[in-house]
Design a protein around this ligand. Structure first.
Ligand code: PGA
Length: 244
């Protein structure tokens, strides 16, 4: 694993944007898995700025969101589809039809099958960008998820729902959907390259367990120890538990 420790959130975002921009510039077509949440917003802002400055072309890019809440349509203000449009896709030149997200509505099994089929049709992920949950989850793969999982529907843990109720999209934990649809651990591991971002003290324990603890389904991110092209960009607070 290539672990880059930087000072703070701003620096993490800048380094992440550089990493992704460089990856995109070197390849076309290219398929990328995209996270949502608080961690990557600074990275998306910088990628949009690069594009606006005429320095980054997304015409060869295909994207797949990592996950979605079950029960939310793409235009729901709290959906991850809406997040990725507002924070990123609406501001870049990605061609129509090249951005994908798992369906939060309709038949569950069909939504999962369709997403895996779309990923396969796009030739699989060249790069997947990840955050990490305080419980070590990657995408919505909560502790205990099989390493063999592909896109599937998962009940969200009480902790994940409590953290999501931050007053921005959901006022109370009970307002947060009870389930999500997510790329599986095996789907994520099939990406050629992984970039994981972590910021803040709340992530320190999970990051240390993922990087230096046993590889176990109890800590989904620990599976990344088995991937041969992983870069982690963490700020000092998130990296505080890593062995020196
Ligand atoms: P966050 O979420 O970026 O909002 O902290 C990360 C995650 O739970 O995977």
């Amino acid at each position: 694993m290539n672990i880059v420790i930087v000072k703070d959130y701003e620096e993490m975002s800048a380094r992440a944007a550089e990493h992704v921009a460089e990856f995109i510039r070197g390849r076309s077509p290219v398929t990328i898995g995209l996270p949502t949440g608080n961690t990557p917003t600074g990275m998306y802002r910088r990628l949009v700025e690069e594009h606006r400055a005429g320095k980054l072309d997304f015409s060869g890019v295909t994207t797949f969101n990592l996950d979605e809440y079950r029960g939310l349509a793409p235009d729901h203000p709290a959906s991850f589809a809406r997040y990725i449009k507002t924070n990123f896709l609406d501001h870049i030149n990605i061609p129509p039809g090249r951005a994908h997200w798992p369906s939060g509505t309709g038949d569950e099994a069909e939504a999962c099958r369709e997403y895996e089929a779309a990923l396969a049709a796009a030739g699989g992920l060249d790069l997947v960008i990840l955050g990490i949950g305080v419980n070590g989850h990657i995408a919505f793969n909560e502790p205990g998820t099989s390493f063999a999982s592909r896109t599937h529907v998962v009940p969200l843990t009480e902790e994940t729902r409590r953290i999501a109720a931050d007053g921005k999209n959901f006022a109370r934990p009970e307002d947060v959907p009870e389930a999500g649809i997510t790329m599986g651990v095996a789907t994520i591991m099939s990406a050629k390259r992984v970039l994981l971002l972590a910021s803040g003290p709340s992530k320190a324990r999970a990051l240390a367990a993922a990087v230096a603890g046993p590889v176990t389904e109890d800590v989904p991110a620990s599976v990344l120890q088995r991937h041969d092209d992983v870069t982690i960009i963490a700020d000092e607070a998130a990296a505080a538990g890593l062995p020196a």
